[in-house]
Design a binder for this molecule. Structure first.
Ligand code: CP
Ligand code: NVA
Length: 311
């Protein structure tokens, strides 16, 4: 069943969704995964503009295939080929695209730009990654966790490394669903302060715990899921040398660190990965890695989002 309450709404951050809406999206995505042709053609006649200011493999391809499987028409738009690159204002771009398409997704360098896009667009806007949030990734990750554990409440995620966009959205999604989150980040690389406040408030309501630590070994204790992401996100390439000095070797997820989590703990990574940096090659390639399922689930969760918002 599509999530009716999402019809016509933006998805800039999971903080704007209720726990029930998030769980309903996961159920819908699981249903779409079981029967890939279901809802086929349900978005016939709809067009979806996908603006990208940064590279993408998973997000671009999963959204494009999702749109087509639902019968919609996806338009991949590189921002450097739009008039945006020549200074056309976001507000003008938003109003014009709204005259052509039924939904706009955007991957942006600055989160305030997608907020500006949403403010001016007459159609719903979906965040395809910003510097501080990646809600579509977290939906796929939650589906993956559901598939592995069959529940959310009471599980524990340990996030090791950079308190980046994926860390922020994980904090929000997990804390809404009652999943404990322990973050281990070096000083100065903690998650976004505002997101941490949201997560603390969510955790109070859902009766779970959110903590930010420095020590990876302490964070992985009792964890069901050990997650990480690159130390150098897109747009931060100039900081590579400094960051690698700060993060390595302490924040690399290797077998020894994973062994300190629960015996059944799984490893998760949104990809793309820098094998040997934030994660040891044998961990991401190993039996406990859920990275490939996470990537696959981007398709089914994107379909659930599009079908619900445009349904
Ligand atoms: N995980 C993710 O968003 O990957 P892409 O950058 O390839 O889209
Ligand atoms: N934190 C990474 C995630 C990529 C999907 C980045 O922003 O580059």
């Amino acid at each position: 069943m599509i999530v009716e309450s999402l019809r016509g709404r933006d998805l800039l951050t999971l903080q704007d969704l209720s726990p029930e809406e998030i769980e309903a999206l996961i159920r819908l995505a699981a249903e779409m995964k079981r029967d890939r042709g279901r809802y086929g053609g349900s978005l016939a006649g709809k067009s979806i503009a996908m603006i990208f200011e940064k590279p993408s493999t998973r997000t671009r391809v999963s959204m494009e295939v999702a749109a087509r499987e639902l019968g919609a028409n996806p338009l991949y738009l590189r921002s450097d080929e739009l008039q945006l690159a020549r200074g056309e204002e976001i507000s003008d771009t938003a109003r014009v695209l709204s005259r052509y398409v039924h939904l706009i997704t955007a991957r942006v360098r600055r989160h305030q730009d997608i907020e500006e896009l949403a403010r001016w667009a007459a159609v719903p806007v979906v965040n395809a990654l910003s510097d501080i949030d990646h809600p579509l990734q977290t939906l796929a990750d939650l589906l993956t966790i559901w598939e592995r554990f069959g529940r959310f409440r009471g599980l524990k995620i340990a996030w090791i490394g950079d308190g980046n966009n994926v860390c922020n959205s994980t904090l929000i999604g997990a804390s809404k669903l009652g999943i404990h989150v322990s973050i281990a980040s070096p000083k100065g690389y903690e998650p976004n302060r505002r997101y941490l406040e949201y997560a603390m408030e969510n955790a109070r309501r859902s009766d779970c715990e959110v903590e930010v630590l420095e020590d990876p070994e302490e964070a992985v204790g009792d964890a069901d899921v050990v997650m990480t992401d690159v130390f150098v996100s897109m747009g931060m390439e100039a900081e590579r040398e400094v960051r690698e000095k700060v993060f390595l070797p302490r924040y690399r997820v290797d077998e020894a660190l994973l062994a300190k989590a629960k015996p059944h703990a799984i490893f998760m990574h949104p990809l793309p990965a820098q094998k040997g940096k934030e994660v040891a090659r044998d961990v991401i390639e190993g039996e406990r890695s859920a990275a490939w399922d996470q990537a696959e689930n981007r398709l089914h969760t994107a379909k659930a989002v599009f079908a619900s918002i445009l349904g």
